[in-house]
Structure formats: structure tokens, C-alpha cells
Design a protein around this ligand. Sequence first.
Ligand code: F6P
Length: 345
Amino acid sequence: MKVAVLTGGGDCPGLNAVIRAVVRRASLHGFEMMGLRDGWKGLLEDNHFRLTRETTSGILHRGGTILGTSRTNPFKVENGLERVKRAVERNNIHAIIAIGGEGTLSAATRLSQEGLRIVGVPKTIDNDLNGTDFTFGFDTAVTIATEAIDRLHSTAESHKRVIVCEVMGRHVGWIATYAGIAGGADVILVPEMPVELPRVAEHIQSRHASGRSFSIVVVAEGTRIRIAEEEEGQLVTSGALDEAGRPRLGGVGAIVAQEIERRTGYETRVSVLGHIQRGGAPTAHDRVLATRYGVHACDMVARGEFGKMAALKGNEIVSVDLSEATRELKKVPPEFFEVAQVFFG
Ligand code: F6P
């Protein structure tokens, strides 16, 4: 039985660990494994190669994905659905394991409703997928961002500056909240909470008035900024669109820094972590989570559990409906954010 695997969307530490685990487990079930290059594009363009124990050895710790990735959505390509169906038939593919985030799993959900046999694996550093407690890649991004915040502390303190650290996360503040708590940030700004820069500036001023000489502000890239109370919060984008047609986020940190400096008079700098959060080796935690997802996904194929996704609930890996993943964005709950707020000031 031939099973294809693909990685779609932004890359993420742990993708290779999932691929390796799927291939290892496949030998138990007697599956022949095929790797699709560059996500759904690999099916549309019939671009694939055989995955074996040999071709997937030594990749557990490696960042990126040996399969390549793209944000190609078969439903946005002319005759995409027909081309996917034809490729599946022509190559005699019994099932597809789709490792991806919101875009990849939305397409997976629609394809499975069209009758394709698909199993999903939740991937994203943003941790915004519903139906699972955590996605793999998130822990690595938080670890990298925390280390960066630690480093920003010492330079901010030496120069008596405010430093604004912009982290990724798209429309949710999971990375900002976790890294902010772990790094001891003085203010954390996230899309889930209303942000008024005059309040942020006042807060920093009162902190410095009580004897502190520096501050660290962590801001999630998707935070909507309200400069004055009456203005609508605005999303800051580069103006460009990504491959999937979504606005590319980024730049909010510079606006926050500028506004803090203007309002407080304190020298302020911004540091944008960007793709450093996504590159390189996964943490041990992500390697284990990704491995567990990969083994479970392969077993799901063997059991015929299609239209479902491997998910983490507590410490158990379970199977949930694929449509659950993208039903809504998984946001940082207010009660969790309250823990971070205890340390502001
Ligand atoms: O979804 C993962 C992510 O890294 C987001 O945090 C970020 O907004 C986006 O992808 C950036 O994607 P790219 O620069 O690869 O288009």
C-alpha cells in the first residue's frame, strides 16, 4: 500500500522528525512511502520521490523539511481538485499524510470531503491550531525567543534603554506570552488583548519612576495598535502578500518603539526576531512531540482513520476531526494572559 507524505505552509522545527517517524512506523505496517515535494504542489506537478529508512536517516535534529514546502492551495489552482485526484489515481496513492498549519489543513479538510483518504499532523510555530493543545515547533520558537529576550535584558540594562522585541505568531499571541513570561518581560502585547500605546508608555514611565532604569516589551506581530483611544486597532503589514494571498505581517515593533520613545523620552530600540524563530534544530520537546505525532499518524492510516488529525490532549496523542483544526483560531485565553500580567511593572 502506497502512502504519500507532504509538508505545507511555513517551515517549522520538527518537520523532519515527523517524516522520519512516519517512515519508521510505516515498515511495521508494510507501507511503501512516497514524499511529495513542496506541499500540495508535489501532487499537482507529479513531483515526488521514494522515502525509505535510508533516505530519512540522520534528519531527526535537522531544521526545515527534506520534502520542501510551499503555500500552494489546490483549490486556488485551475482544475486543482481534478489534478490532485488524477495524480492520486495515477500514482496509486492509498492515503496522504499532510503535515501543515491552517492553510494546508484547510485544503486537507476539503480534499477529504471530496473523498480523498487524508490524515493530518498539526504543525506551526504559532500554536494557533484548534483541536490540539500544542503544535510541534512552538516550543522551539519560544525557546529561541526566550534566549533573545535574555540577551536583550543585559544590553537594555547597560544602556538604560527600552527594548521592544517583535516576535511571530500571526493573529495570536502564544509565542509572545510564553516567551514573555519565560524571559521576564515587563510588558507583553498580543492580538487577543486591546493595546493602547498611551497606557503602555505611562506604565513604563511609572516603572522607571520607581527606580527601574530599563524595560523589555515583547510584542506579537499580529497585535493591533491603537495610538489614541478613539482609533480602531490597526494590523501592521509590509503591504505585500504571501504565496497564499495573506498579508505579510511585520513592523508593529518599530511603531511601538517609536511611540514609547516619543511619549516617555526614554531611548528605545527594536529587535525583530523574524525567521530565526523558525529555523534550525528543534528542541528535545519538539522532537519528541513530532515523533509521537508521526507514529500516531501512520497508525491512523493503518486503522483507516481518515479525515482526522493527530492531536495532543493533555499528554495523550489522540485523533480528532480534521475540520476541528481550522474551525477557529486557538487564542491565548484571558486567564492565561493574567499570569503574565502579574509581572508587568
Ligand atoms: O505561520 C508561521 C509564520 O512564521 C508566522 O508566524 C509568520 O507570520 C509567517 O509564518 C511568515 O511567513 P513567511 O515569511 O514564510 O511568508
